[in-house]
Ligand binder design. Sequence first.
Ligand code: NAD
Length: 790
Amino acid sequence: MNIVERYHAMDYAAAPEARSGADAWLASRDFAKSLFIAGAWRASAEGRTFETADPSNGKLLAKISEAGESDIDAAVAAARAALPKWSATSGYERAKVLYAIGRAMQRHQRLLAVLESIDNGKPIRESRDIDVPLAIRHFIHHAGWAQSLDTQFPGRKPAGVVGQIIPWNFPLLMLAWKIAPALAAGCTVVLKPAEFTPLTAVLFAEICERAGVGAGVVNIVHGGPEAGAAIVNHPGIDKIAFTGSSEVGRIIRRATAGSGKKLSLELGGKSAFIVFENADLDSAVEGLVDGIWFNQGQVCCAGSRLLVQESVAEAFIAKVKTRMSRLRVGAPLDKNTDIGPLVDRSQLDRVRRLVAEGAKQGAVCWQPDCDVPATGYYHLPTLATGVAPANILAQEEVFGPVLAVMTFRTLEEAVELANNTRYGLAASVWSENINVALHVAPQLKAGVVWINGTNMFDAASGFGGYRESGFGREGGREGLEEYLAASETQGPAIAPAVPRKAASGDGKADGNGIDRTTKLFIGGKQVRPDGNYSLPVMTAKGRAAGEVGLGSRKDIRDAVSAARACKAWPEATAYNRSQVLYYLAENLSGRVEEFAARIADLSGGSRKAAKAEVEMSIERLFYYSGMADKFEGRVHQPPARSVVLALHEPVGVIGIVAPDEAPLLGLVSLVAPALAVGNTVVLVPSATAPLVATDLYQVIEYSDVPAGAINIVTGHAAELAAVLAMHDDVDGLWVVAAAAICARAETESSGNLKRVWTGHGRSIDWRMPPGEAFLRRAVEVKNVWVPYGD
Ligand code: NAD
């Protein structure tokens, strides 16, 4: 045999990772008491248990205590009792605890990796080299945030007791993403791991005991949807952080509506992997292996849709097939394994069902001819070609090792195909031309974009999605925000709207001026309401002040279309937007007396107070004009050869339901930050003082605001807020109104999971200095990873 023949004849020998340490740990633990509550190990009060098994052979690993409602009650009570002390602990002391957790995890790194692989089925190379080190990095990184909280987030308070629910695909990493920022912010935690993968969370709780985490600061309860729902619905919880499917995310959105609980949702995805003809195709193939076959494709941000430029499609797919034929499907603990089993029989059945359905809808599914172990929930890596954009494999999250291929001709077509999904989690762009890649990245509706790379994560760079991939970020500054209470001081409850009655019963207006018709303002024009109804507006004294159009569902639809069609505003430079907003302020300043008279009339306050409100509104507009080109993103330098551009992008079309109190200042305080960063707005102004908003039409018209950037629909706030919440083309919704209106807006928003912020039915003192809170709500942070070096 010559050297070449010998080279080709070489095969892999088994390289099993030892599991004796994990077996010893499993044998020594009393899993009958696996709930970690108030610093002690407990059995479930009702004595219920469930089994966790090794997906590579179906063998039982442990019987775990399953938390019932009374156990969740106990865990929440423990977290509540621990909150005052933990949140008052100095940042330095909290930092030491986070650091101790990170270091203790490092000391048990191998055990954590082996347990993760036998419980989940993921190849040991991945748990050892990716999951566990990243989880450790999260704790050590957040130690620094704990200590610098006072200087970096002055005056902010922790969100309180946090309920956290995580999935099974990255059990330890998702736990770290949840617990580290919560502890850094001073919150206490009740966390529920997924029912398929509880083991590393049990070991983590042991680590917490040893690392000096105070009793009740971290509570870990086990169970399935029932235990999850008990956490979500628990009145003693202040914030819910959920990672899982969009379907359950929707249930949680509805369940928490009106409760005042803060909510972050990290949900599913259908991420595009875009290969341009000028890409380094061999690197892109390696990226693709990582993008879709990492963790058997059970990755929320898996690059499950390959979009490849037509000119190189054939050559690229041939390379992909060759590479797929060399993937090694095998035991998770074999260090040569590329693809392990799926987590459970039910997941395998689901993937098979989706592949069969995709084939029925015309996809051609190809699998390499490779060895598969006789037992275990294995699914071969699968390549689906001939996939139409509407095919189930192009639209549904498979959460398995299945890649759907589509081709494109032009850059524009690539962007359109990539965005043709209801999700918005991640995307990869492959091109050796950095100009092309950086031109495409901002056009992709995704929270993370990797250029010439994929599946890169770091504790300092936020991760999270747009649209039905959820809202909120994990990691970095943005991630920490999720665990801090809102910065506004809330005032008294807003009373439900009661139509004003005419005092004298004559309903006539004061004065002899020419009758003015007040319409809606849509697409830069004053238009009649679709239903041709009007709504009387009364002064505080009960005199008729005028009439405004009664906006309806149809008017909101028209306004949303106009806002969506307006490209001039989001595409304008920040400097340009800044000048237009300054000009708006300038033009408003010419009409101070007129607006003050209107406000005084409608609100019943003094003329002096009304004038002060107008002056302050102009000042506020000036502030946000100035911030338009200053509220910028950041650059992160992760421990990899990459820079991460954390770009601020507008949320998109934002619906705003403005308050009755301070009708001009409240309106400006909401609309101006939304506009400053490039959103377009559909505004429902105060119901008692809508004329303050309709008086603005002319100011807007002669201030160079592009048509469609601001649209104003007057009418009943309760009804119009619900229509905005249900509208699938509205990306964000802000509501300051009575509690019932806020609650309904949250419930109805679950359709497209738009980002909703409400004042929870409480009034806000708009005279407070504005800060950055609304600017933060007005942007999505998109993290663009740009690698460097050869
Ligand atoms: P899942 O939604 O079924 O379950 C997730 C968690 O929620 C589990 O702990 C489960 O017990 C619990 N749960 C289920 N029903 C519940 C209910 N009604 N109320 C409260 N809790 C409930 O998801 P899964 O199958 O475990 O995980 C896969 C999903 O997670 C995929 O859609 C994936 O994309 C998503 N995911 C997202 C991210 C992200 O960061 N965006 C990361 C990992 C996974």
